[in-house]
Design a protein around this ligand. Structure first.
Ligand SMILES: NC(=O)c1ccc[n+]([C@@H]2O[C@H](COP(=O)([O-])OP(=O)(O)OC[C@H]3O[C@@H](n4cnc5c(N)ncnc54)[C@H](OP(=O)(O)O)[C@@H]3O)[C@@H](O)[C@H]2O)c1
Length: 293
């Protein structure tokens, strides 16, 4: 069962696992997205789109009941993937509106928790695997993330608690920490609305620079959503899965920054900000995109 399968990583993972022969229950918010998913599936009879908004108690409760009808109450694997980013309006810690932070928490943290809680009895019954799409940003927090990092950090802290409690039941809990992956997530942002004046004028160029670098790297193998789909297949398969695997463009160097002493992290990330600002101003790409897994 995969949440948020209308586009990006969720869609790619649903199609990939279906192509490998898995029966996939994939949540979408629009029927048209479900139809498109089934049309693209290698085994359409084993692709089951279900409508669900993760912020709705009623829809999540219906989802759990629907999944139980399909699986007989035993769910082998679940990928909690649905999520949103924020590169719109003021994206600083000081200026990002609380209403925006609430929306990110409602979808990325509480939405994920709502679905996982509803499905855990079925995962426990199958001694299955829970995979959560967290973010590398929980480990190395970039500035100007618009409240995205705190929402994912809350989710990961909750997942740490769950993993330690549910161990005796044989359910594995894996948090995927992706760095840059080329999906519609970025295109959904309206960077024009990010202020270029006020006390944090770099925030606008930082967000723009991120979009520029992402567009330049779009064809690179390391940033393809297929990388995450293959990783999900690995961690739900037999064998000892890493608990917090990293994936995506520049994942290794970004991870490495996060283990340095804090003052060193701050100095390096200040350099990253300057590079992003220069990228927004049209300078050649300063960042390599090595294959990171
Ligand atoms: N792309 C990256 O660089 C990156 C890096 C680290 C982590 N991630 C994480 O990866 C996950 C997937 O993102 P993506 O990059 O694949 O972006 P995406 O293409 O925008 O996919 C996001 C998915 O979540 C769904 N969604 C959003 N709000 C929802 C809600 N309230 N209820 C149910 N579904 C909802 C979207 O459905 P609609 O089409 O209906 O909106 C869409 O299917 C997210 O959790 C994101 O934080 C992405």
């Amino acid at each position: 069962m995969i949440t948020g399968a209308s586009s990006g990583i969720g869609r790619e993972t649903a199609l990939h696992l279906n192509a490998q022969g898995y029966r996939v229950i994939a949540t979408v918010r629009r029927d048209a997205d479900g139809d498109a998913l089934r049309e693209a599936a290698g085994h359409p009879d084993r692709m089951i789109p279900v409508r669900c908004d993760v912020t709705s108690d009623a829809e999540v409760s219906d989802l759990a009941a629907g999944v139980a009808r399909i699986t007989g109450g035993r769910l082998d694997a679940m990928f909690s993937n649905a999520g949103i980013a924020n590169g719109t309006g003021d994206v600083t810690a000081e200026g990002c509106p609380v209403a925006t932070l609430e929306r990110l928490v409602a979808v990325n943290y509480l939405g994920s928790v709502r679905v996982i809680q509803a499905l855990l009895p079925q995962l426990r019954a199958a001694r299955g695997t829970l995979v959560i799409n967290s973010a590398l940003m929980t480990h190395t927090v970039l500035p100007y993330n618009g409240g995205y990092a705190p929402s994912k950090a809350a989710l990961e802290a909750w997942a740490d608690q769950l993993r330690r409690e549910i161990r005796p039941h044989g359910v594995r809990v894996v948090c995927i920490r992706a760095a840059a992956i080329a999906t519609p997530l970025e295109a959904k942002q309206d960077s024009a609305g990010v202020p270029s004046d006020g006390p944090y004028p770099d925030q606008h160029a930082f967000v723009e620079g991120g979009l520029v670098l992402m567009r330049r790297a779009a064809g690179n193998a390391a940033v393809q959503p297929a990388r995450v789909a293959e990783l999900v297949e690995t961690v739900i398969g037999p064998g000892r899965a890493p608990l917090k695997p990293i994936v995506g463009g520049n994942a290794r160097p970004i991870w490495a920054i996060g283990v340095l002493p804090l003052r060193m992290q701050d100095a390096l990330l200040a350099r990253v900000v300057r590079r992003m600002v220069r990228a927004a101003q049209g300078e050649p790409p300063p960042v390599r995109w090595p294959a990171s897994r």
